[in-house]
Design a protein around this ligand. Sequence first.
Ligand code: SF4
Length: 449
Amino acid sequence: MSSITIAPPPKTAGPPMQKETTAGNYFISNYPPFAFWQQEQIPDFHAALERTPAPGLPLGLYTHIPFCRKRCHFCYFRVYTDKDAEDIRGYLDTLLKELSVYAAKPIIGSRKPKFIYFGGGTPSYLSPDQLKFLTDGMKALLPWDEAEEITFEAEPGTLTDHKLRAIRELGVTRLSLGIEHFDDHILEINGRAHRSKEIARAYAFAREIGFPQINIDLIAGMVEETEEKWRETVAKAVALQPDSVTIYQMEVPYNTGIYKQMRAEGKLVAPVADWETKRRWVNYAYGQFEQSGYTVTSTTTVVKDPAKVSFQYRQGLFSGADLLSIGVASFGHLNGVHYQNQHDFQPYVDAVNTGQLPIYRAYVVPADERYLREFMLQLKLGSVSADAFTRKFGRDPREQFAGPLATIKEQGFLTNNGDRIGLTRDGLLQVDRLLQAFFKPEHQTGRYA
Ligand code: SF4
């Protein structure tokens, strides 16, 4: 336990109410917002790599694969649809070079990753040979024998029986299928590359092969979503009986195709359902899954059997683990410092090829912001243990956040139950909006991008 000095709680009147879906990032995946990360703090990141970490601090490894068959209209990730086999091979070489620099640093020492995540982009865009080349190289630099979870994101249309077997043979334990919707028209109009037939085939293969955990992703509120189509999609998802389901509410960040079209047409409101409708749709889905025996375990997740199914990547991220991230535009956190890599392909590759780490911006997270970050991220799971926080940080969040918690309580979103600071279902469905009330005053205005 360490006692820390914590800045005074934010004095806000409460989170803004927003009804329509307008452009911008809505979801909170980190703190403070990325807009506050700076190039000036890159030397601090390099210094952090030369220090050994606190004993027992878990290490995760994230690898960004930025290739996709086509760009979805709602996508805000750094992805490329025009790279050929030679570019891809060059990128995989670069990833391994980047990892080799980290592997030699004191921050890594003899540590091995406890959890590994392949995200994108579309990791399953890679061929079995490319995947084997990459993962053999990674394992030689940083062995996977202590990894308890290896997650791999996949787009259904890229999966053949052969490729799925190859993915399982790499050691993947958690396959995450980007299904998003089951209706072909909705998939098409939103720019997805796959169709419902491919979902059925990929899911059946994956089950047959026996991945320990299969997650499916859905999005509530895609362009042209209707009440009826959403209900059909939920029914199909329930029928598959995946181990877990992640349901996102559609947001429209500035760098999406949808926003570009809005701007061209001079529109301020996105052509998707409003927030209240999206929350209602997610709540409907939760109800259907609950009737089928599932448990809601976070603002975005239902799980079939919480005793068996965990998500260590999220758990690690939300409780301050180190995350070594490699690849273009990826975000990581090492020894108390956030960092993001160069967000364009060539500057990223060039930096690594000249022997440097390709860091674009960094942020040294002070103790009070680490406390805030963990509290906010864990509230996204539905409840936080005040005692556990007090033990870890030396300050009770019920006192520290008395102001924002009172505001949320007045709004009817808080369920105080002794040690547990919890959210009602309604609160959980809009937790990202409520979290703004906990931000330090100087971070209230920062864009997330
Ligand atoms: S598949 Fe995923 S990463 Fe690729 S364009 Fe679509 S949303 Fe973006």
